[in-house]
Design a protein around this ligand. Sequence first.
Ligand code: ADP
Ligand code: MG
Length: 686
Amino acid sequence: MRPDILNPLFAEISVLKGIGPALARPLERLGLARAVDIAFHLPVSWVDRHLTDELDMADAGRVIGIELTPVDYKASGGARTPFRVQATDRYGNYVSLVYFGKNSGWPRKLLPLNEAKFVSGKLESYGETLQIVHPDVLPPEEAGSVPSRESVYGLSDGLTNNRMRDLVAQVLARAPDLPEWIEPSLLAQKGWPRWREALTRIHADPSDAQARERLAYDEILAGQLALMLVRQSSRRRRGVPIAGDGRLRAMLKLPFAPTGAQRRAFGEIEGDMAQATPMLRLLQGDVGSGKTLVALMALLNAVEAGMQGAMLAPTEILARQHYETLRKMASGLPVEIAILTGRDKGKVREATLMGLADGSIDILVGTHAIFQEKVQYKALGLAVIDEQHRFGVAQRMMLANKATQAPHLLVMTATPIPRTLTLTYYGEMEVSKLDEMPPGRQPIQTVVMAATRLDEVVDALARHVGGGGQAYWVCPLVEESETSDQAAAEARAESLRLRFGEAVGLVHGRMKGPDKDAAMEAFAANRTQILVATTVIEVGVDVPNSSLIIIEGAERFGLAQLHQLRGRVGRGDKPSVCLLIRGGALGETSRARLALMRETNDGFLIAEEDLRLRGAGEVLGTRQSGEAALKLATPEHMAALIDPARDDARLLIERDGGLDSARGQAARVCLYLFEKDAAVGLLRGG
Ligand code: ADP
Ligand code: MG
């Protein structure tokens, strides 16, 4: 249960004054639903108000505060022309105070002629004259109350900075003074303010580094505490020690020998699985490093010991592909492998469920459907989760809670996760790394080309296909609309068919399952040579003969996504090419991203840079999965504060009497504040 003291913060924003339907939309777009969301909607920058007594053309563009005297009104001449109040400074320089809207009564009342006022707003030059649009107006004697620094917030259409400031002020007035959770000596050493003061200070002055640091620390501490609680509870869980005898693994007939890294990783997994404490291991390996084989070995280890294994993929396409790959690799082995996705219905589904319950199915591959309530395993010993970045802590916990005896858990990710993030999100997991690529990999050459050269691109594609190659053509992401992604892909397929006819296949997220399968199969079997696709092929798709990938609208993709897409090629024995097609005018960031892609193939470097450019939440895809991402802490905060936060969390849990002590009670408040509810739920009696 959330502590009562937080109630005012977790109230809906409708309790605030002045929230009408017009504001509801923009606030929703910004994800601001409760008072606490507004409290943590920190200003992104600020403007300093220039206090002056003389209007000066040179100040155009600045926010000024000045004493003015209204001398004349210029009524609105029509619907489009605003009402203007002519005013002068003490030296007789003119400025025009501009009011849009039909009603001139309000500005007339606000600014009576010949009465000095303190006026503040952004000074603009409009032709030869100076103007201020919708200024703030105060009696001159209140000029001293105007802050010289004004916070600037992230906004959305229909929400002005002034409205935002007003909402923040209301929330701050409601904000309780929370009990202190930070270790007293650390608090003193850093000179940090208390929580409420920090929040108030940062909204008043976004440059207040100390206040910001304190709030970032709170967030990092909450994350560390949550991880420790999860770890503690998973340590308490009992699992089944699994030690296969190697009989099935010995029967594998592979066209290659495992790499040293694959052997090492599997050795670590085998060691974990032999313990009664359920394994929690992250297998980290760049795209193409061969994680699937490691997964298969672990699954076979479970089957050898008479247990079942399950493998979860993030998408339908990937589930099908894993199913095919595992069956191919395990052909000739007495192992029953089945697939279950949301698409399987009726008799087939029933049969699969039966097979799982009676143990005749050894390995189940599928999408989230495989961990639904109705799915009962006879003896689930190992769960493998592919492509971690779509699968969060909350889901991991749900899975662990499914069986009375927690299954061993292997999580595989291609996103190389920087150290600070590993500690924040996966701190309860052990890590194995595939830091060695299978031999014989050909480099991928990355080229950036302007969209104006599309004809050349199509010619290059023709040469590539003519020489027996296959290629992906990825269509640009169209923001906020799946339908238009689809339309773009369909249109591209149409135009390529004019030249390449039946060689062109198409796959996108809106297609019916069987059609998707058919398109993927046709491409995998080289019945089609060009696969036009949306980002549905982003993760995991493995067609080694495809050695060219063309990514249209490359500037619209994130770095990690581009790296994933590029990872679709370079899987066979031919050198591969990645063509990044960019649109017209590029911003600084897009330019930097594409340049980095051209320069490096190192997933780790790319991930670090991605983190810097986008922030932690997006890198991990936690925003999509609904898990609270880092709201305040920057990568710099992480680097500086993670170690003290870990020490502090440990001290709290292990030495200072746990979360029942006085400081522990405060820490609970902090956990709820950052919505680590699930972690608090793990506390005995919590
Ligand atoms: P990822 O780590 O991206 O999931 P995959 O498991 O899909 O990588 O493997 C990529 C490709 O490398 C596959 O075609 C796979 O058959 C091949 N492969 C995996 N291990 C080896 C190895 N030890 N030697 C050669 N090729 C390998
Ligand atoms: Mg994979």
